[in-house]
Design a binder for this molecule. Sequence first.
Ligand code: EPZ
Length: 418
Amino acid sequence: MSSIFVRGGVELRGRVEVSGAKNAVLPILAAALMAPSGVTRLESVPRLVDALTMVEVLEQLGVRAAWREDVLLLDAENLTASEASFHLVSKMRASVLIMGPLLGRLGKARVSLPGGCAIGARPLDLHLKGFSLLGAEIVLGHGYIEATASQLIGNTIYLDFPSVGATENIMMAACFAQGLTTIQNAAEEPEIVDLACFINGMGGRVEGAGTDTIVVHGRRPLHAQSYRVIPDRIEAGTYMVAAAITGGDLIIENVIPEHVISLTAKLREAGVTVHSLNDGMHVVSSGVIEPVDIKTLPYPGFPTDMQPQMMALLALACGTSMITETVFENRFMHVPELRRMGANIRTDGRSAVVSGVRALSGAPVTASDLRAGAALILAGLVAEGVTEVCGVGHIERGYVGIVPKLKSLGADIWLGQF
Ligand code: EPZ
């Protein structure tokens, strides 16, 4: 097992380029299943473990895949299966996103029930509610979900929570339904918009993506196409916080500024200088951080995927901050690890009171999930001494080359064995 080691104390300076968005490329890879002919050509596909796992899932279904540098070619003409195995789904929950395309195109989909994960139970009830309302029959058994439908019929589907995955899965299935499907209380994330743009580029007709009401016109002929995935706003945000926490000066390239508005606002409230550039962000910090209150919400609210990183920053603020996590029920797994580094954080249910301390101290800590791991690396960048972050596997799922990218900015960081 390898760990990431960080010796704190370096003010990061320089330029770093953000990769394609993990949470956009995963649903788009699933949507490539919807093209009955031609070769899909995806650009800016991040070489992440999760993206490679999703390609493995597609190949298991009969898709032919090939990489040409950082371009991914996919031919989904001859699908030979309609099932994602326990082995792959247990590796990556987002595999469930193949259900919508398979149900639509083949009339059936069988997917292993994903386990919960560190941040919560993460049920699929809203995905299945949508499929049922489109006319699918759902059978649960032996750890698998099976959805079948001879013909999907458009319908109006209200999501009790604006679930990103449910919105994406239902949107894709609805492309094959007779008539119109309206998704109410839909997720509004940029990754939803990117998926809708990809589907429309295939010949589909999805309207309203980015708002809480999405209308899908069903049964339009679809074809393969070329597409460039949007930049990863959470990777961008992580480097913005890296500049803030180290008192550094970073230019983060390949960022869509409107995708990081809530984070920009919070960093400015914390006393960090943030300038939007044409396709990037310039972040400068004195290292003095004012306390701010954070409440995570569905987009355009403050993203839950940036909550652990902000907690690491606020652990060093000159005052007390309140962080409330409203999206996942158990997303404070990084708190005991930050405490091991000297942070003063008290949690009560979904709220955390973060009392800033003068300094953190390096310690061996464990990443429980992807963003917790990022938060621990950020804390290590400024802690006194060396921090060893175990659980690199989680981090590699969502951050392309985080060690070389931080090293290029001056960080004293390396991969090691323990
Ligand atoms: C996506 O997960 C992202 N993953 C997550 O990013 C992100 O944190 C999350 O959206 C919220 O923004 C991908 O896009 C691959 P949800 P998803 O369905 O779709 C509940 C990261 O670090 N819910 O919006 O699984 C659920 O339990 C990852 O990159 C139901 O109750 O998130 C959760 O509490 C972590 N029933 C809330 O909704 C359902 O059927 C949000 O989940 C579905 C979800």
